[in-house]
Design a protein around this ligand. Structure first.
Ligand SMILES: O=C[C@H](O)COP(=O)(O)O
Length: 225
């Protein structure tokens, strides 16, 4: 299983990789836009500098035609490194590009996946990750958990080199349900992880333990024992 950060915010990424078991960072044009009018490649280089080579970086193409998607993928790889995952939406033109690029050994994250059919086609075309848009699917009354379950079992049965990368999360329940239904990876905003650990009941439990220790040992710590 993997956990990724769905953000291009440098502070969030730095905090996220220090605190949480993060294996990668996913971006798209809307995520980049949230950082303002940053220099596109300069900003992505900064992200790579923070996360190191041991974590994956997923960068989305903007073109909608196969030939220009391929050119964009080549440019992204030439500037950010060949290991960069190229995010390509699962449209007809996108699938054409996924087939061509995956045959060349390019790491592909198929994105904008709303249906099991899209996921199957992207998997068969050579994608390494399927970015399934959990919350957006719920907004359309699509059963996101079922799609993830179906895709995960198909990927498992075919023992290929492809994983469900669930994305588009707006609350913690969506994340845990995606994992529970077989997603091997979720990419999430840092804020949701932080929220998940800031429950008053967690804080109270920890404070109670500390207070009980102090009643016995005062200001001494285990290091003083
Ligand atoms: O690239 C995929 C994003 O996770 C989509 O998230 P969003 O629905 O919040 O735009």
């Amino acid at each position: 299983m993997e956990l990724m950060l769905d953000t291009a915010n440098l502070k969030d990424i730095a905090k996220g990789i220090t605190t949480y078991p993060v294996t990668g960072v996913t971006t798209n044009p809307s995520i980049i836009k949230a950082e303002g009018a940053v220099d596109f490649f300069d900003h992505l280089k900064k992200i790579r500098g923070i996360i190191g080579r041991e974590r994956s970086l997923h960068v989305q193409v903007v073109s909608q035609q196969c030939d220009t998607i391929i050119l964009e993928a080549e440019k992204i790889r030439s500037i950010l490194g060949e290991e960069t995952f190229i995010k390509i939406p699962v449209t007809e033109e996108g699938l054409k590009a996924i087939k061509i690029l995956s045959k060349q050994g390019v790491n592909i994250t198929a994105t904008a996946v709303y249906t099991t059919l899209q996921g199957i086609l992207a998997m068969l075309s050579g994608a390494r990750y399927l970015a399934v848009y959990y919350n957006r699917m719920l907004n359309l009354d699509i059963d996101a958990a079922r799609v993830i379950k179906e895709l995960s079992s198909l990927l498992w049965a075919n023992a290929g080199n492809c994983q469900v990368l669930a994305a588009s999360f707006k609350n913690i329940s969506e994340i845990t349900t995606a994992y529970a239904n077989g997603a091997s990876c979720c990419t999430v905003p840092l804020e949701l992880l932080t929220t998940g650990l800031q429950m008053p009941s967690i804080t109270k439990a920890v404070d109670d333990f500390h207070a009980n220790w102090q009643l016995i040992y005062g200001d001494k710590t285990i290091l003083d024992m």
